[in-house]
Ligand binder design. Sequence first.
Ligand SMILES: C[S@@+](CC[C@H](N)C(=O)[O-])C[C@H]1O[C@@H](n2cnc3c(N)ncnc32)[C@H](O)[C@@H]1O
Ligand code: SF4
Length: 400
Amino acid sequence: MEKFILWHNPAVTDFSLPPLSLYVHLPWCVRKCPYCDFNSHERESLPEIEYIDALIRDLDWELSQADWTPRPLHSIFFGGGTPSLFSAEAIQRLLRAVEAKLGFEEDIEITLEANPGTAEAERFTGYRQAGVTRLSIGVQSFDDQQLQKLGRIHRSEQAVAAADMARAAGFTQYHNGAHGFNLDLMYALPGQRVEEALSDVEQALALEPSHISHYQLTLEPGTAFYYRPPELPDDDTAFAMQTACQKTLAEAGFEHYEVSAYSRPLRACRHNLNYWQFGDYLAIGAGSHAKLTSRQSIHRRSKVKTPDKYLRYAGAHEALDEAAGIPESQRGFEFMLNALRLVEGVPSALFEQRTGLPLATIEKTLGPLRERGLLTQNARRIQPTDQGLRFLNVLMGEFL
Ligand SMILES: C[S@@+](CC[C@H](N)C(=O)[O-])C[C@H]1O[C@@H](n2cnc3c(N)ncnc32)[C@H](O)[C@@H]1O
Ligand code: SF4
């Protein structure tokens, strides 16, 4: 990895650039789910060719900016929306263009999100041939009544079929570390009991994924559920579900490495780990967000959210929605907001490497959190405690 002088601060001079990931947002879905606040839009037919062209123009625009250093990619993540609405040919065309412009690290991880309601065996095989190494399947639950309440377009049997197709297409845990497939589950669903949440995890495990994301359903502002909330389990029941599921996942050999993420050994999502370790990521696509490090600053930028506007302006300055540097006074807090999601925390030295600041700059915030037993810190590691992870929003609140 390239070594260079990163910071003006004379005390902090010689650092490697962090790994560089790429996030690609594909903003369309068959139907909007009532709990979802992602930048996703219903549309019957996709302007697939035009959108891939727009993404390539967007990447060229990024390459024309002098505020980051192009380097081979560590990981790519196709998120949505529903990326599996796109054909394998479209994904392949984009991947070849990206590879030609930036290059890939040898064992790059390339993830694509798929909705079981859009899964097709041939398409999954095509994604694998195009270079995708990891599928992330939005199962949510194996209970058909729950799926209906959640407004999903698929039933349980389609989720099982999608996992079977993923395995048959070669997305298995037996290849090198960047391969496998993830199943997204949500718990604390309307009227759900602890045994039902547990049964979802058991059914997911039976499909032999390499990774399970286990999210507590949250009522996000602006969603249909926010305005007409269904009756959800109380906090104690939700916590009981989380603990029971965690135990079952641990017994099945899954490591709990982030608040909502569990994986087989060495199958953690490298792309998300790079976010949580305050690495760099480029972003292309409607409403996508980037974080980049240059010699003088760390900055964020995002692209316009509306797909039509994005299609019109991609490749021009008008496609930029927001752009701002992360002020030095905020950097340490932003680092912690990410790092403390990780069960094992991060090496203490990473703080200085990624922020360019000594850890002492945030001692006023860290000290009281240590005393309250929410995190531990020594010369080697900074790590949330079990209490810190359980009350993550309290912990996060101190850094916000
Ligand atoms: C972009 S979606 C995954 C791909 C595809 N769009 C799908 O839903 O099948 C990302 C994941 O975020 C989770 N998610 C979305 N909204 C959520 C919410 N309000 N609370 C908890 N998890 C949520 C779901 O598990 C979902 O699968
Ligand atoms: S399919 Fe996924 S991205 Fe689309 S609305 Fe539903 S949860 Fe959101």
